[in-house]
Ligand binder design. Structure first.
Ligand code: BES
Ligand code: MN
Ligand code: ZN
Length: 507
């Protein structure tokens, strides 16, 4: 999708579809409001009757398409719901609904009339970003394995009009930044959607190398031999059952601010999670190519941070392995020694994410002395049960880091909910024979005991853990309830959120 910005009025330029927002009308709102006057001109004589017959009510998810008689062009009216409940997130969803409604209908160019989406609670720069997000992500489909598809909108332009023409420079900066972010989101979605027969740990490492070259960041790949020398017993154990050996990948972006802080961003990269010897049932296994979403998000985050020159130095770490049952798999009962010497009692080979992360966290803290560590992992089904599949769970040892991430979550529409971590959860992961156990006999608070496990590998560094098992992908069964900008498959959840955090964290 090509994104653009134009200071003129939407109606005067020839686009295939002029898109405007409409707030929900009251029962007594009979006359066409003045705010729709410019839109009425796009389709002379057509909007007033549709309004009078109450075909346009402004409810959320309501899309009205009116065709310009005797000429090219359409007006697309998007219901935004009550004005009092309106936020940029509503615009993000509505924009995605517009591109989806136009798909396969011959409209290639679209123009948003910015003023119709801006209110006191939704300032123009946030709306410009939201409209760009909705257009790009709503149009996104994973096409690499399809031989044909319907063409859709290819170019989306935000029209400022007289209301916003004076803010052109600032809005252009916002749009250009969002464009880079969205490229990274799409790149991440492509990688996460790639199935495990292709997307092996070696392939993920190669993708990291390609991205590193593209944006000028240093990439180091540790293969299974090197991992053995480094005593990364966790990654080696989890990857031991697959013919595709594990990899630890490190990307280093130097930072845009002199003497800036170092933020480590660590991702779980299980290219396929069968559960291993503690095998999953088939229904639970179907979506497990998505179990690398955390590591792939790290690729998108480092890419965007480097291109946008985020202030802090960023060290991205991908812990990649394939979790399969075989004669060389790790087993329940195994005792594993990790990078920093801490030992793990393996009681369930399906709790593998925390085992690969143990090495990655121990390694990055020891080697890079980061000021903060953020990890992203599709870690527990328990988190999805607790919070649903539209938000991530946040566990943080540091309130400043937590509030920074929650602010970024609010700004990007990638929601997080903070979860507790107490001595009770720490107690539950203690082992009789090792330092920690990867599974508890008490089937309670699964997302939190996973957090308690990870915490022991981070030490005292301010740390935040994002459990993205729910929002990292959309399946056909849940698609209906998801925003229109989350198509079936990978969402790249975390890329916009964590990059926003990094961009703002120097301020
Ligand atoms: N990758 C799964 C978690 C998951 C579940 C991700 C659903 C996405 C959607 C993880 O490795 C796992 O299997 N977790 C187990 C942990 C349990 C064995 C302690 C779980 O959640 O059941
Ligand atoms: Mn698992
Ligand atoms: Zn997993």
């Amino acid at each position: 999708m090509k994104l653009g910005l134009d200071r003129r009025e939407a109606g005067v330029v020839s686009v295939d579809a002029v898109v405007a927002g409409v707030f929900e009308r009251g029962d007594k709102d009979d006359a066409l409001p003045r705010s729709l006057a410019k839109d009425a001109e796009v389709v002379p004589g057509l909007l007033a009757p549709a309004w009078e017959r109450r075909e346009v009510r402004g409810r959320r998810k309501e899309t009205t398409i009116l065709h310009r008689p005797g000429g090219k062009g359409r007006l697309v009216l998007l219901g935004l719901g009550p004005r009092s409940a309106y936020t940029p997130e509503v615009a993000r969803r509505a924009a995605a609904e517009a591109v989806r409604a136009l798909k396969g209908r011959g409209a290639r160019t679209l123009g948003f009339r910015l003023a119709s989406f801006v209110t006191e609670d939704a300032p123009a720069d946030a709306v410009v970003r939201a409209l760009a997000d909705g257009a790009v992500l709503g149009a996104y489909e994973f096409l690499r394995y399809r031989s044909s598809h319907d063409a859709g909108v290819e170019e989306a332009t935000v029209f400022l009009g007289e209301e916003h023409a004076r803010e052109e420079a600032a809005l252009r900066r916002a749009l250009d930044e969002e464009d880079v972010l969205l490229e990274s989101v799409v790149r991440t979605r492509e990688i996460v959607n790639t199935p495990a027969d292709t997307a092996t740990p070696e392939w993920l490492a190669e993708e990291a190398r390609r991205i590193g070259k593209e944006v000028g960041v240093k990439v180091t790949v540790y293969d299974e031999k090197k991992l053995a020398e480094m005593h990364c017993g966790g990654i080696l154990a989890v990857g031991g059952g697959s013919v595709h050996p594990p990899r630890l990948v490190v990307l280093e972006y130097g930072g845009g601010a002199r003497g800036g802080r170092t933020v480590a961003v660590v991702g779980k990269g299980i290219t396929f999670d069968s559960g291993g010897i503690s095998l999953k049932p088939p229904e639970a296994m179907a979506d497990m190519k998505f179990d690398k979403a955390g590591a792939c998000a790290v690729l998108g985050i480092v890419r965007a941070a480097a291109l946008l020159k985020a202030p802090p130095r960023v060290v991205g770490v991908l812990a990649c392995a394939e979790n399969l049952p075989s004669g060389s798999s790790y087993r329940p009962g195994d005792l594993v020694r990790t990078y920093n010497g801490r030992t793990i009692e393996v009681l369930n080979t399906d709790a593998e994410g925390r085992v690969v992360l143990s090495d990655a966290l121990g390694f990055v803290v020891d080697k890079f002395h980061p000021d903060e560590v953020i990890d992203l992992a599709t870690l527990t089904g328990a988190c999805v049960i607790a919070l649903g599949d539209d938000m991530g769970g946040l566990i943080a040892s540091d309130d400043r880091l937590a509030s920074g991430l929650l602010a970024a979550a609010g700004a990007t529409g990638e929601p997080l909910w903070r979860l507790p971590l107490t001595d009770y959860h720490r107690e539950l992961v203690k082992s009789d024979v090792a330092d920690v156990r990867n599974h508890t006999e008490m089937k309670v608070a699964g997302a939190l005991t996973a957090g308690a496990f990870l915490e022991t590998f981070v030490g005292r560094v301010p740390w935040a853990h994002l459990d993205i098992a729910g929002p990292s992908f959309t399946s056909p069964s849940t698609r209906k309830w998801q925003p229109a900008y989350q198509n079936i498959g990978a969402t790249a959840f975390g890329v916009r959120l964590v990059t926003r955090y990094l961009l703002d964290s120097g301020k």
